[in-house]
Each structure stands twice: as structure tokens, then as C-alpha cells.
Design a protein around this ligand. Structure first.
Ligand SMILES: C[S@@+](CC[C@H](N)C(=O)[O-])C[C@H]1O[C@@H](n2cnc3c(N)ncnc32)[C@H](O)[C@@H]1O
Length: 272
């Protein structure tokens, strides 16, 4: 019996979810007697975000190697959607798969995406390219690689908030006992790399100890403005293990509401 074998290497860096739809339609055209073997060489997955203006931001990544955007990233996008960013020089610190920086680039900003995770930086650059945009990518521990810059109009950072080292694969460094390492290094270092009227957009949550954040803001910034102050549950955020949530509830920085563990998140602009 004649068996035609069609071996395809899919998922290498497919250009979009549409790639799969076209692929599946092509399969339907094959004669019945043919056998199809699909060889997948990586676990690239997609994340889509409907934008406030009705557009779509689609990202591709192996989300076992980089953070999948969460509700926090969505909130950053919402906040930035109300900001004029055309021709602004923007640095996205801890860019992950690139969602925030790429959105800024969609709004006309000149964007640099940086992360300690090299794969994250590659994702941000390639995701931007798939959307016809260009962002610069830099591997950097916090702001280390930007010590000589003084020209960013906006530094944006959605920092990790888990203490310690959650996943060596995703974040190759310990984030400190209170999960503040990146937040603190950005709060302390961003004023030095901003242009005179530059701003920082970041968030700080209750388990990171808000009074510590207030103190660091007062020590390094001329002022700040909270733009969103949200109480919400950890529901759906798999990166926070139950033992960690229990510890936060026991220490009083998080609380229970209708059986769900809650925390408070404050998103703020800081001014130099
Ligand atoms: C909460 S994720 C945010 C990812 C992305 N910006 C988003 O909103 O989906 C935090 C990111 O910070 C990165 N990160 C953690 N510690 C870092 C450090 N010391 N320097 C640079 N990036 C760091 C992690 O690799 C991760 O990509």
C-alpha cells in the first residue's frame, strides 16, 4: 500500500494564529489515503489582547520560558492607551513577551524592551516585527545597561512581585524577600535615565509592602500620582502557589473575600 507521508515542521516561528487556520484548511485538501505527520519542535502559543480602540495585539511565545501577560499587563495597556506617546522615547523594563512596549510602539513611541531573560527580549523584538514594528531589545539586569542614558520620556515597568526565585527558566534572578528587587531598582534608578520631564509608570502591591514603596518614592522622586487603585483576587494567576497565598494572608498583607485571596495593587506615575 502506498502511503504518502507529509512531514511538516510547524510552530517554528509561525507568523500568526492565521498560520494554523491556513494549515488546517490545506490539510483538508489532501487525498484521503495520505497520512499526515505534524512535527512540532517547540510549544509556541499565542496571546491576544483586544485593545481599547478595538484593534488586536497578538503575541507568540513559548510561555514556559517567558511570562504570559496577565491582568496587570492589560491594566498597563489601558493606562497607556490614554497617554500621548507619539515620538516618545520609552523603555519597557522586564518586557516579558513585549506586550507593554509593543503597545507603546503601536502608539508611535520609539521603544526599547529590556529583560534579564534573553528569550523574553527575543520574543519582544520578534513579536514587534510580526506586527510591522521595530523595538530595540537589550538584555539587562534592571537598568544596568542604561546607566549612560538620560533621554527616556517614559520608563514603564510591570515588575514581578513574587518573593525569591519563582522559576529559574523565566526569571534568572532572586527577586528578594518581599518580591521587590526589580521594583526597588527601577524606583531608585529610573530618575537618572529619564529626560527632564520624564515619568515612570509602574505598580506596587500590598504583599510588597506599600509603605516601603511610599518611602522609596519619596526618596527618589519629586512626586507621584496613583492612576489605578485596585483590590482584586489572585484567581487565575497560577504563578502564585497556594502556600505563598496562605503565607501572605497569615501575615496580613492579603485577605480573604468570598473564599478568595485578595490583594491591593496601585498603578502610579512618578515624576522626577
Ligand atoms: C511580571 S513579568 C512582566 C512581563 C511583561 N512586561 C508583561 O507585562 O507581561 C516581570 C518581568 O520582569 C523580568 N525580570 C525579573 N527580574 C528582572 C531583573 N532583575 N531585570 C530585568 N528583568 C527582570 C522577568 O523576566 C519578567 O519578564
Amino acid at each position: 500500500m502506498l502511503v504518502d507521508v507529509l512531514a511538516l515542521t510547524a510552530c517554528l516561528q509561525p507568523s500568526s494564529k492565521r498560520f494554523y487556520c491556513h494549515f488546517v484548511s490545506l490539510l483538508a485538501l489532501l487525498p484521503r489515503r495520505q497520512e499526515v505527520i505534524v512535527v512540532t519542535t517547540s510549544t509556541v502559543d499565542f496571546f491576544s489582547l483586544e485593545l481599547p480602540d478595538g484593534g488586536l495585539l497578538e503575541l507568540a511565545a513559548d510561555f514556559s520560558k517567558v511570562y504570559r501577560p496577565t491582568r496587570y499587563a492589560r491594566r498597563f495597556v489601558e493606562i497607556l492607551s490614554e497617554q500621548p506617546l507619539d515620538r516618545c522615547n520609552v523603555l519597557d523594563v522586564g518586557c516579558g513577551s513585549g506586550i507593554i512596549g509593543i503597545f507603546a510602539a503601536m502608539k508611535g513611541a520609539t521603544v526599547t524592551c529590556c529583560d534579564l531573560n534573553q528569550y523574553a527580549v527575543e520574543c519582544a523584538v520578534s513579536n514587534a516585527a510580526r506586527l510591522g514594528l521595530r523595538v530595540a531589545g537589550v538584555v539587562s539586569d534592571g537598568l544596568d545597561e542604561f546607566a549612560k542614558r538620560r533621554d527616556f520620556d517614559l520608563v514603564v515597568c510591570n515588575p514581578p512581585s513574587s518573593p525569591g526565585q519563582v522559576s529559574p527558566e523565566i526569571t534568572p534572578r532572586d527577586n528578594g524577600e518581599l518580591g521587590r528587587f526589580l521594583l526597588d531598582s527601577v524606583l531608585a534608578g529610573a530618575p537618572r535615565i529619564l529626560a527632564p520631564n520624564g515619568r515612570l509608570l509602574t505598580c506596587s502591591n500590598s504583599e510588597q509592602d506599600w509603605s516601603t514603596t511610599e518611602g522609596t518614592l519619596a526618596a527618589n522622586w519629586a512626586g507621584y500620582r496613583i492612576v489605578a487603585d485596585v483590590d482584586e483576587s489572585f484567581n487565575g494567576l497560577a504563578q502564585f502557589p497556594p502556600s505563598q497565598l496562605d503565607a501572605w494572608v497569615r501575615s496580613g498583607v492579603c485577605w480573604l473575600e468570598n473564599g478568595e485571596v485578595m490583594h491591593n495593587v496601585r498603578y502610579l506615575f512618578a515624576y522626577r
